[in-house]
Design a protein around this ligand. Sequence first.
Ligand SMILES: [Cu+2]
Length: 107
Amino acid sequence: MPQVELEGKRAVQKLITSAALTLSLFTTSIAASAGERTITLAVDNMVCAVCAFNVKKSLEGVAGVAIVRVSLKERTAVVVYDDTKADVNALISATTSKGFPSAPKTE
Ligand SMILES: [Cu+2]
């Protein structure tokens, strides 16, 4: 039954193509999300888990901040924020005012 086999192959191909298309649309919509930025801050004075917690809390208190991931080991805070509501200076002053001076991390 070569005909049936061919149909089956086509159906699978169609499925793969539509899955790939869905995935690329999904990725595009995330990238295009309005005003969303991610920045890595190098944070000073973090010596223990409580410090890291306080840094996280200070950043989460800034309007427009969506996600904060603090690494005690790396001495960094990765912040996802809406740049129509918050800016880098607001993030820096939030941690600095709690005793943890920070600056955009340069590789
Ligand atoms: Cu500490």
